[in-house]
Structure formats: C-alpha cells, structure tokens
Design a protein around this ligand. Sequence first.
Ligand SMILES: Cc1ncc(COP(=O)(O)O)c(C=O)c1O
Length: 397
Amino acid sequence: MTSGMLANAKRLVAPSTRSEVPPFMVMDVMAAAARIEAQGGRVVHMEVGQPAAAAPATAIEAARAALGGRLDYTEALGIASLRARIARHYSEVYGTDVDPGRVIVTTGSSGGFILAFLALFEPGDRVAIATPGYPPYRHILTALGCEPVLIETSEATRWEITSEKLLDAHRRRRLQGLLVASPANPTGTMIKPEALAALLRTTEGEGIRFISDEIYHGLDYAFAAETALRLSDSAVVINSFSKYFCMTGWRIGWMVAPEPLVRPIERLQQNLAISVPTLSQIAAQAAFDGRAEMEAVKHGYEENRRTLLAGLPRAGLDRFLPVDGAFYLYADVSRFSKDSFDFAKRMLEEAGVAATPGVDFDPLHGREFLRFCYAGSAADMREAVERIGHWLRGARK
Ligand SMILES: Cc1ncc(COP(=O)(O)O)c(C=O)c1O
C-alpha cells in the first residue's frame, strides 16, 4: 500500500466526532473486580445497577413456551396485547386511564430515549438534565446532535431540578426540553408529586418538552412515585421492564407518548429496529402476572436499605443523600478522599467492596461521591458494612 492509500484508508475509518462519547467508568471497576476474583479474591458487588434476581417465573415460562413456535417480527409499536396490558398497568397502579394506542414498546428504556429524542428534538436543541444524573442521557443527546444542559442540583432541593433552576437556565439561553428521573440514578432521590406538578406547569408554560424517566417506579420506599401521565397529556413517559421486573438482559421497555408523536415514533422504529425482540415482548406481557414474586424482591431491597442506613454510619460513611427509591445510595466520601475514583479503587482492593465513583454521574462534584447499589443479597449487604467498617477503622488508626 502506498502512503497515499494508507492516509486515505485512515481517513475513511476515522470515527465521527459525534461517536466520541465517554466510556462508562463503572465498567473499569467491574473489570478490576473481575481481576481480583480471577485470583481467588472475594468481592462484594455493589457497583452495577442491576437486580440480582431473575425475571418473574411467569415471564420465563411464557418465553419457554414461545420458543416452540415461530418468532416473527411484530408491529413496530409492539404486540397489541402487550400494549393493552401496559395501559392497564396505569389504571391498576396509578388509577389513571391510558389509551393503549399511546403505548409504544421499546428496546429497553435506552431504545425509548433514542426514539423520544429523535421525535421531539431538532439537532442543536438544548435539553436540561440534572447533575448528578444517569450518564447516557447526556451521551445519547450529544450523539444525536442535541445539547445536554447540566442543571446542578443540591441537597436543599432533594437533588432534583426545581422550576426556579429550570427557568434560570431557560432565561440564560432557551431550552427545548427537560428530562427528569424519579426515583433517580445515581442518587436514589425522588421528586415529591407537588414538585413534579410544578415542573410540568413550568415547562408547559414555557413551551419546553417534558420527558419523565420512570424506570425505577415500583421501587419507592419513602413515598409513592407519581407518574407524569397523571399530571399532563403532553409529557413523554419512559419506562422499562429492566428494574422492577428484573429483566435487564431481555432489553425491553415502553414509552407512553402524546398522540401526535405516536405515528412519527412508529415510522422511526420501523426504520431503526423494525420491531422489539418478539420473545421479550411475550415474556414482558406475562411478567405482569409475576408481581407477587417481584414484590418479594422489592422487600429484599427494603431490608438491604435498612441494613445500609443503620450500618454505613456505624462503619464511618455517615453522609449520604435521601435514600428514597431505586436501589442506590449516594454517599459523600469527601471526608476521606477528594478523589472518589481512587477511594473506590482502594476500597475494592483493600476491603473487597466494589462501588461506583461519582465522576461517571457528575462531572462537577462526582469526585466527592460513591454510588452503592443495594440490589444484591441481604448477606452481601451485611458483609459490605462489616468490611467497610473494618477497613475505615484500620485506615484511621
Ligand atoms: C435512570 C436510568 N434510566 C435508564 C436506564 C436504562 O435501562 P434499560 O435500557 O435497561 O431500560 C438505566 C439503567 O441503569 C437507568 O439507571
């Protein structure tokens, strides 16, 4: 190959700037934990945000039965009976009626974000999100040519965006969208229903489009989570079978969109994915019959939460945000280190407990925080508290 051909080849395979999204640092913690385990070491895993339990038995049985037949493409918006079952879920859980025609089945909530952002925003549109927050929000927006606008939150506002903060940012430069999550990742904090209603009123008044990530609904301990669907007809609601129903790897979720957006989203889905995996759709519909099993899993998280709320302060980690919902505890470790990445590395190597440094979630103050996921077993939680206490007491001597 001549040098000219080489230079040309290099240019042709150079990745686009929009693909230059940052990696997820939790993956580095997972890799370090795997190395310790490969050498026979013990690690209590609290770094990955996924349930330790399996999908409901009803879902697994339905999937098994479906494997005997053909698995064809489905309608782009999803199997009609699943869309109707999801709509029924809103009347059962929230007492609100949802037209099944507004329900769209997606490839996890991750697939829902891509469809929602494409359907709602033009390239260059500015979308407000909270920091700390779930990193893919900003990375998906950037990859799609939109601009994530980080709104700093604080303890005083329960780590959620308020109408004042939103209007502040909007007046500085117009926003086209707002995305909120309650319960949130990584903080586990929740928006009070009145605050959610106030935010919705503000966005509607200012012409800002509202997206509500409700993926952790069902996992609320401090008070009941409110759906944006009960408060507004214009909000886009995104949800998933990944967390409450323990179906992360099945890659299935849903969205409820205002009626005028349904057809555009259908066209996008037809072209981007054709349809969501049929096996997962069949399993998801049956998952609703496994709620009793999932409630037992939720009670396990509640016990874990109690173990950490009582145990971590005794172990030395006594500063964390309100632990309202999801299965996360976001702890301020600045008393011990100004670099939570280094703190997480040492806690893993010396105490055998893996947690995620806050830098993934918060470019501003993440170096002072660690996220603990308490979706594991009760025994793991007790062991983690023991190990951290022992380690921090040793470190302070
Ligand atoms: C807040 C939040 N939203 C969305 C997702 C994406 O989940 P999935 O695509 O599995 O539905 C996650 C995953 O951890 C999350 O924490």
